[in-house]
Design a protein around this ligand. Structure first.
Ligand code: BGC
Length: 755
């Protein structure tokens, strides 16, 4: 292990930015007032106090053993953690969702203990996984999951989701949120696919930056804002075998061109906390990777915040990854690699070992001081010293109708119409609808994991009044017009025969196909196919001859290839959150004109997994024709109840030189009979390059609304850095040569020269 770290440490560094020039936030380390306060604190701190700041425990360690519905802090355990071990951070939940009183009680007690009963009075930094809303607080607003937000192609929705979540998390006395996920969803087998903004680095970067803006606003000291946590640094989402927390095999070139990009932007924006990838990349666990954590993250990217481990990941360097012969060696490796805070989370061994290691000079005081400085910087920036939490009655908008409306609007713009033969949708007035399937009358399958509980499968914490798809359809078209027969659970027949019998009396059959909510390891799958019971339900219903409308609530794109032909219409709902039932029903009934676009490539078959920006060689089929990439639905696709026509794609020059700007204009017209929204997507195509080029890459997008008959001309600008890729020397490079701009089915050629 030692050798490997040394080897990585000597790897040359060539990281350069390729992001479009954005206004750079004031480097966070330069707030001199705060830095001086940190100096003063560090000067007074013992090694035990410093190590305490680097320690994060899970809440249950501080609670009484018998956990009822109201978890109780155990005063002796709290004293041991805060006074004896000087623990600086606590995370998570005990009994899943708690009400605001419980949160205030628990966090209030911890903050009082830390700020009145310790020498230095440093407040605790409490962190929570508020992944799609304050999902561990009773009555909070639950937004669509990230993948659905990405499908809106409107960063404003990610920002809104972030700002409402920040408000409700702070209204739960918590200042730190382990979100957003900035991993790219390029491996559909992965259980956390729904937590990503999809497969594209540019879309992810834009959505991620907007969500962080929502969480943090202009200052995280704002009582309605929280510190965001970028995760999981880096490459976590691309396990070779698809299973969570298994090896990633990826050249650094690719890591930099794709996976680092959203982090780079978020860091420039000023994000100050980051969680580390639990897996290994090319044989080195990221928690042990000095090169990535110290040289790249803190060096080249100039990250001034702190790096927290993921769950128990230092211990796992010993127990799972086997790069450390003991838990103590694991601590040494991780801290020396650049970890600042350990999500321990169950005991005090990390603290004991780290104190020993410092005393033995195996970990330098300089490294410890650097970690503590980064952690204290966040505590100061959050204003925790002045306000460990704010009064509970300061948050009148918690769980309000206004917030629910914001979630509804996001869900409405996410829902993606993937197929609509003969304009079967929207459902015509006065028609009778049979609703079937495991997703029909189910809030859990609309919300997915990280909903009231970790796996999101418990029904006991549902917010009263939130509508399932069935209930919302009944509201829209009348209970007398809607028949409900479940048909199947996720994987078992319940009463398919009854559903088939009910089909006779209906004009439409809405089949709500779904996947069991899950996250992380429990979400690993053996098969990307939709469960057979649901396919059998579809096949049985198809015999009725009635038009079938599929509504898909999946954690990832489950294969539906062998039943898709039976669908007249397909609606991708993603995991649209607590208002998703209403949004789906409104799309089905035509009250909302769908405008979502897929943020990933929907595969047709389990052994044909591609992204839209694949290489030309991937298109070659067994017959040597270039037809291998034949996805079920393409990235960026989504239909509307109106139609759009693109024309007049023009460039300001056919010869882009040096750092000049290429101006791209295109006209989009609504050629249908109703108002609709369209996402105008601009791609580049590099015809030849020294590293095999992708068939195309997304560079800009904009969502516009057009009335029937209206048209708009849009202008986009790109420049040299938008044509760049990472070469084998790990430097970003823009090569001279032929390029094309692609917008919808139009293309325009140009040449780039560096002179
Ligand atoms: C997950 C993280 C999460 C953390 C804290 C881990 O298992 O990978 O995404 O933030 O737990 O709950």
């Amino acid at each position: 292990m030692k050798k490997l770290i040394l080897l990585l440490a000597t790897t040359p560094l060539f990281f350069q930015s390729c992001q479009p020039a954005k206004e750079q936030a004031t480097p966070v380390g330069q707030d001199q007032v705060i830095e001086k306060k940190i100096d003063e604190l560090i000067a007074q701190m013992t090694v035990e106090e410093k190590v305490g700041q680097m320690t994060q425990l899970t809440l249950s360690v501080l609670c009484k053993d018998s956990l009822g519905a109201s978890p109780q802090l155990d005063p002796q355990k709290v004293e041991k953690a805060i006074q004896k071990y000087k623990v600086g951070s606590v995370l998570n939940v005990v009994q899943n969702t708690m009400n605001r009183d419980q949160w205030y009680d628990i966090i209030g007690t911890l903050q009082t203990e830390a700020t009145t009963k310790t020498k230095l009075k440093i407040p605790v930094l409490y962190g929570i996984d508020a992944i799609h809303g304050a999902n561990y607080t009773v009555g909070a607003t639950l937004f669509p999951q990230e993948l659905a937000l990405a499908a809106t192609w409107q960063p404003a929705f990610a920002e809104k989701s972030g700002s409402v979540t920040a408000y409700e998390v702070r209204a739960s006395a918590t200042p730190w949120n382990f979100s957003p996920v900035l991993d790219l969803g390029r491996q559909p087998l992965w259980s956390r696919f729904f937590e990503t903004f999809g497969e594209d680095p540019y879309l992810t970067t834009e959505m991620g930056a907007a969500m962080i803006k929502g969480y943090e606003g202009d200052s995280i000291s704002d009582p309605e804002k929280v510190a965001a946590c970028m995760k999981h640094f880096v490459g976590y989402s691309f396990p070779f075998n698809g299973k969570d927390r298994t090896p990633i095999l990826m050249p650094e070139r690719l890591l930099k061109e794709y996976y680092l990009v959203p982090f780079e932007r978020a860091i420039k924006q000023g994000a100050l906390t980051l969680m580390v990838n639990s897996s290994e990349i090319n044989g080195t666990p990221v928690h042990a990777n000095y090169h990535l954590l110290t040289e790249v993250l803190k060096g080249e990217l100039n990250y001034q915040g702190f790096a927290v481990t993921d769950w128990e990941d230092i211990v796992m360097l010993h127990t799972i990854h086997k790069v450390a012969a003991s838990e103590k060696e694991a601590v040494k490796i991780a801290i020396n690699a650049g970890i600042d805070m350990s999500m321990v989370p169950f005991n005090y061994k990390f603290s004991d070992y780290l104190i020993e290691l410092v005393n033995e000079k195996q970990v330098s005081m300089e490294r410890i001081d650097d970690a503590v400085r980064r952690i204290l910087r966040v505590k100061f920036k959050l204003g925790l010293f002045e306000h460990p939490f704010y009064p509970k009655d300061r948050y009148p908008k918690f769980g309000s109708a206004e917030f629910a409306q914001a979630s509804y609007e996001a869900a409405s713009e996410a829902i993606t119409l993937l197929k609509n033969n003969d304009s079967i949708l929207p459902i015509a007035n006065g028609k009778k609808v049979l609703v079937v399937g495991p997703g029909a009358n189910n809030l859990n399958t609309l919300n997915g994991g990280w909903t009231h509980t970790w796996q999101g499968a418990d029904t006991s914490f549902h917010t009263p009044g939130k509508k399932t798809i069935l209930q919302a359809l009944q509201d829209n078209i009348g209970k007398d017009k809607v028949t409900y027969v479940e048909g199947t659970s996720i994987d078992k027949d319940i009463n398919t025969a009854k559903a088939v019998a009910a089909a006779k009396g209906s004009d439409y059959i809405v089949v709500c196909l779904a996947e069991e909510p899950s996250v992380e390891k429990p979400g690993d799958i053996q098969d990307l196919n939709l469960k057979q019971a649901q396919k059998d339900l579809v096949k049985a219903l198809a015999k009725s001859g009635k038009p079938l409308v599929f509504v898909l609530s999946f954690n990832r794109p489950l294969i539906i290839h062998d039943i898709e032909e039976f669908a007249s219409a397909v609606v991708m709902a993603y995991l649209p959150g607590d208002e998703g039932g209403r949004a789906v029903a409104d799309v089905l009934c035509g009250e909302v004109n769908p405008s979502g676009k897929l943020p990933f490539t929907y595969p047709r078959r389990t052994a044909s997994l591609y992204t839209y920006d694949h290489k030309f060689s991937e298109e070659k089929d067994i017959d040597y024709n270039f037809t291998a990439v034949n996805s079920q639905y393409g990235f960026g696709q989504g239909l509307s109840y109106t139609s759009f026509k693109y024309s007049d794609l023009k460039l300001n020059t056919a010869q882009l030189k040096g750092s000049d700007t290429l101006s791209i204009s295109v006209t989009v017209a609504n050629t249908g009979i109703r108002t609709g929204k369209e996402v105008v997507q601009v791609y580049t195509k590099d015809l030849y390059a020294t590293i095999t080029p992708s068939v195309k890459r997304l560079k800009r997008f904009e969502k516009i609304e057009l009335k029937a008959g209206e048209q708009k001309t849009l202008t986009f600008k790109i420049a040299k850095q938008d044509l760049a890729f990472v070469g084998n020397d790990l430097k970003w490079i823009t090569e001279d040569g032929d390029f094309e701009i692609l917008v919808s089915d139009l293309k325009a050629p140009f040449v780039y020269t560096n002179k």
